[in-house]
Design a protein around this ligand. Sequence first.
Ligand code: GUN
Length: 293
Amino acid sequence: MGDVIDGKAFAAGLRATVGGQVAALTAAGGHRPGLAVVLVGADPASQVYVRHKVEATREAGMESFRTDLPAETSEADLLALIARLNADDAVDGILVQLPLPPQIDADKVLLAIDPAKDVDGFHPINVGRLNAGMPALAPCTPTGCMMLLKDRLGDLSGLRALVLGRSNIVGKPMAALLLQANCTVTIAHSRTRDLAEECRRADILVAAVGKPRMVRGGWIKPGATVIDVGVNRIPTDDGKTRLVGDVAFDEAVQVAGAITPVPGGVGPMTIAVLLHNTLVASCRRHGVDLPAA
Ligand code: GUN
């Protein structure tokens, strides 16, 4: 049996560390970091995510600024709000919750966010900086996956990594981060031939495709480290629902060296890294060193 990686505990530790760093900054008379979260519309899942982000921000001792806009908000009105947040010195990080309603071009919105406040790491400037190996704000979920991998494996140099999925939010930045850590990286996707065989070669397998239990136990190299980014709600026999990942956990845990569960694996890391990114953005903007962890 492989080890089950406790992302919830790791994330709690990271949040406590960030909270301590914020306390150190403010005790020394420094600026209190602030995160602005914008939600357009009332998608139930997005509302839950945004509420958790606001609560975690306050718990870490940071300022939280939340704006809820109606689903029919125009692109111009959202861009005007972003311009105000860009200009507001109390705001160090800006996060616009995705997805956005169809009348709003998400690319235009992401381009409008000041790259120095882009705690999601979605602005093309930060995407470019990440891929060029320059200091960048990197997307939260893949950054959290890297923290779990490094905690488990130490140096990742020379390991074969397979990233399943090529989204801008997870797959592509995940591959960039693994490459930066000297892995031999393959990106697989819906058109990949013989996916199972590609997976079986991987020392590190990161699944981020949004297909419930797609990766089977027989696809996994014995001893591999498996990071499951999937969050899929599926119906159960008793008429309720449950969350499952992109990996068939019960099968994979028999073969893997270590694996993240769903829930309780990668999920909690995303918010913890968001707080970390906000602290980093705040320190950079104010020209102060990040306090020791
Ligand atoms: N929606 C789903 N994941 C994310 C994320 O990481 N950031 C934002 N802004 N929206 C999301």
